[in-house]
Design a protein. Structure first.
Lengths: 195, 191
C-alpha cells in the first residue's frame, strides 16, 4: 500500500461514517450545522493523528494485557490537551461542541485505529492512516451537517439564504440526523465506495 | 514483538505511561492557563457588560441565592450609588439547564438579558439567543407594571413560536433574578 493510498482509503473505502459506521454518536449529535460538523471532524482528526503516532511508538514496549488501559490513557491525554487548546483559543466552538469533545476519548474510531492499525505499523504510516480516517470523518460530518443545515435552517455555513423562511425543523433535530445519514450512506455507497 | 505480560512489566509500563501523560498535561495546562483565564474573564465581562448600562464601576462576583440555587451577582456603581445589578440565574429549560444573565436597574426594572449557556433545541428553543422580538421585549421590562408570565399564562411575555417551555424557563429565570434583586435592595434599605 502506497503512502497516498493510506490517506485515500480512510476517505473512501474505509470512510468511518458512511462505510464502517463508526463514531455514530458524535456524527448524529454534532452535525446540526456544517460548521459544527467540520469542527467536530477536525477535533477528532487532531486526536487521531497524535494518538496513532504515540501508540505506534509505544506499542513495542507495552505488554499485551495492559495495552487497552495504556491506549486509553494516551488518547485521553491528547483529548485533554485538545480541550485546553480549544478553551484558550476557540472558546465559541468549544462551547457549542461541549460534552462531545471529552467524549472523543471513547470514540470507537480512535481506539479502533489504534487497535487495527497503529500498533502494528510504523509512526509515519500510522500518522497518515490517522490523517486519512480523520479527513474521511471530517468530510462526512461536514457534508451531513451542510445537508441538515440547508434542509432544516435554509442556510449554508451559517449564511442564511436570503428571502427564505424557517426550513424543515425536523432535519435539525435527532430524527433528521438519522434520515439524512441514511440517505447519504445510500448515495455514498452507490456512487463512490462501490466501484 | 510485545514485551512479556508479567506483573513487573505491566506495572512498570502503566506507571511510565501515566507519568509521561501527566507531564504532558501539566505542561500544556501551564502554557494554556493564562489564555484560558483571559478568555473566560473576557466572556464574563462581555456577558455582564451586555446587560448593564454603560459607565460606572463594576464589582467582583458576590454570592446570592436565586430561585433556591446558589448563584452570583455583580453591582454597577456610579458616584457611590448602586445603579444596577447583574444577576446570574439558572432554570430548567426544555433540554437542560438554561443560564442567563439579567441586568436590573436599582428601581427594579429589567435593563437587558443575555444567555450564558443553554442546551435548547437548535432552531426552536435555541432561538432565545437570536429571536430579536423575544430578546428585545426584556429591555425596559418593568415587573411592577407588567406580569412576568408568558401570554398563554395570562402574562405579558411574548413566547418564542413553538418553544413555550424554553420561553417559560427564560421568564422564570428573569422572575427569580428580579426577586433576588428585590431581596438585596430590601436588605440595603433596612440597614
Amino acid at each position: 500500500m502506497t503512502k497516498l493510498q493510506l490517506i485515500t482509503k480512510g476517505l473512501v473505502k474505509d470512510n468511518p461514517s458512511f462505510v464502517l459506521l463508526l463514531g455514530m454518536c458524535p456524527t448524529l449529535a454534532t452535525t446540526t450545522s456544517a460548521i459544527n460538523g467540520l469542527s467536530m471532524g477536525l477535533a477528532t482528526l487532531f486526536v487521531l493523528v497524535l494518538s496513532n503516532m504515540a501508540i505506534s511508538a509505544l506499542a513495542p514496549v507495552v505488554p499485551d494485557k495492559v495495552h487497552i488501559p495504556v491506549y486509553i490513557v494516551v488518547i485521553a491525554t491528547f483529548v485533554t490537551v485538545l480541550q485546553f487548546l480549544m478553551q484558550a483559543f476557540v472558546p465559541g466552538i468549544y462551547a457549542t461542541l461541549g460534552l462531545f469533545i471529552p467524549l472523543i476519548v471513547v470514540n470507537c474510531i480512535v481506539l479502533g485505529r489504534a487497535e487495527a492499525f497503529a500498533n502494528k505499523n510504523g509512526i509515519v504510516d500510522s500518522a497518515l492512516d490517522g490523517l486519512g480516517v480523520g479527513l474521511g470523518f471530517t468530510l462526512s460530518l461536514t457534508v451531513l451537517g451542510a445537508v441538515r443545515e440547508i434542509l432544516g435552517g435554509l442556510s449554508v455555513f451559517g449564511w442564511k439564504i436570503p428571502g427564505t423562511g424557517d426550513g424543515m425543523l425536523a432535519f435539525v433535530m435527532a430524527p433528521g440526523a438519522f434520515l439524512c445519514l441514511g440517505y447519504l450512506m445510500v448515495l455514498f455507497n452507490k456512487f463512490v465506495a462501490k466501484k | 514483538m510485545a514485551v512479556q505480560s508479567n506483573l513487573k512489566n505491566m506495572v512498570l509500563c502503566l506507571t511510565c505511561v501515566c507519568f509521561g501523560c501527566a507531564a504532558v498535561l501539566g505542561g500544556v495546562y501551564a502554557v494554556t492557563k493564562a489564555p484560558i483565564d483571559e478568555t473566560n474573564a473576557k466572556l464574563l465581562k462581555e456577558a455582564v457588560g451586555a446587560v448593564l448600562p454603560e459607565g460606572g464601576e463594576l464589582s467582583g462576583a458576590m454570592e446570592l441565592t436565586v430561585g433556591g440555587l446558589p448563584s452570583e451577582y455583580y453591582t454597577l456603581t456610579a458616584d457611590g450609588q448602586t445603579v444596577a445589578y447583574a444577576v446570574k440565574s439558572t432554570t430548567v429549560g426544555f433540554g437542560g439547564p438554561l443560564t442567563i444573565m439579567v441586568g436590573i436597574t436599582a428601581d427594579g426594572v429589567v435593563y437587558n438579558t443575555s444567555v450564558l449557556s443553554h442546551t435548547e433545541t437548535p432552531g426552536l428553543g435555541a432561538k432565545c439567543t437570536s429571536d430579536e422580538h423575544f430578546m428585545n421585549q426584556w429591555k425596559g421590562f418593568d415587573p411592577s407594571q407588567k406580569i412576568l408570565k408568558v401570554k398563554s399564562q395570562q402574562g405579558d411575555v411574548d413566547a418564542i413560536t413553538a418553544s413555550t417551555i424554553t420561553s417559560k424557563a427564560y421568564t422564570l429565570a428573569v422572575e427569580n433574578a428580579v426577586n433576588a434583586v428585590k431581596s438585596i435592595t430590601e436588605e440595603v434599605n433596612n440597614d
